[in-house]
Design a protein around this ligand. Structure first.
Ligand SMILES: [Zn+2]
Length: 211
């Protein structure tokens, strides 16, 4: 199954991708992980990526496509994969179409109100990185990490102003891409509002229909 996962920040697509990948026995490929791995392994592409990210710029489409292309030649992708965070632009989507033939594009739909509630309630442990949520996973003692006793903080990124900005960047960036995939007939819309287990079964059910 060759899949692309789409969704705004906070839609939970990363969580669903990890679970579905495990279930289907295929790799979950996120561009963030690809960048980090390439930098860590100091490959030629990794060195270029590091230079660009260090300068504060966005990694250009061409370089991202090269990384994905390289990753998709690995043997573990023979029976499929889930791409998460790629493609983000129409040139990337067109390049991907030249590399591989997708089975489906899963579009996780979640209202802005729910996304803001999910993201703005996150509290991250400043020492171990564990993520609590004031409503959905509150710590036993306020402001203290259950796992290690560290201090919980709210990332600047998770303030409501930043979240609204992130969501509008997402809308501007991906709206054209959704149009692109709608035309290909590959797109499946999934309600991302329920709990992860329920969202996962909707995705699984939708994919059953494809076979
Ligand atoms: Zn902690």
């Amino acid at each position: 199954m060759k899949l692309v996962f789409f969704g705004p920040p906070g839609a939970g697509k990363g969580t669903i991708a990890v679970k579905l990948a495990e279930k289907l026995g295929i790799p979950h490929i996120s561009t963030g992980d690809l960048f980090r791995a390439a930098i860590k392994n100091q490959t030629d592409l990794g060195k270029k990526v590091k230079q660009i990210l260090d300068s504060g710029a966005l990694v250009p489409d061409e370089l991202t496509v090269d990384l994905v292309r390289e990753r998709l030649t690995a043997k573990d992708t023979n029976s499929g994969y889930i791409l998460d965070g790629f493609p983000r632009t129409i040139p990337q989507a067109e390049a991907l179409a030249g590399i591989t033939e997708l089975d489906a594009v899963i579009n996780f739909e979640v209202s802005d109100e729910i996304l803001i509630k999910r993201l703005s309630g996150r509290r991250i442990c400043s020492s171990c990185g564990f993520i609590h949520h004031v409503e959905f996973q509150p710590p036993k003692h306020e402001g203290i990490c259950d796992r290690c006793g560290g201090k919980l903080i709210q990332r600047e990124d998770d303030s409501e102003t930043s979240i609204r900005k992130r969501l509008s960047v997402y809308q501007n960036q991906t709206a054209p891409l959704l149009g692109y995939y709608e035309k290909t007939g590959l797109m499946i819309d999934i309600d991302g509002a329920p709990a992860p287990a329920e969202v996962l079964s909707s995705v699984t059910a939708a994919l059953e229909h494809l076979k």
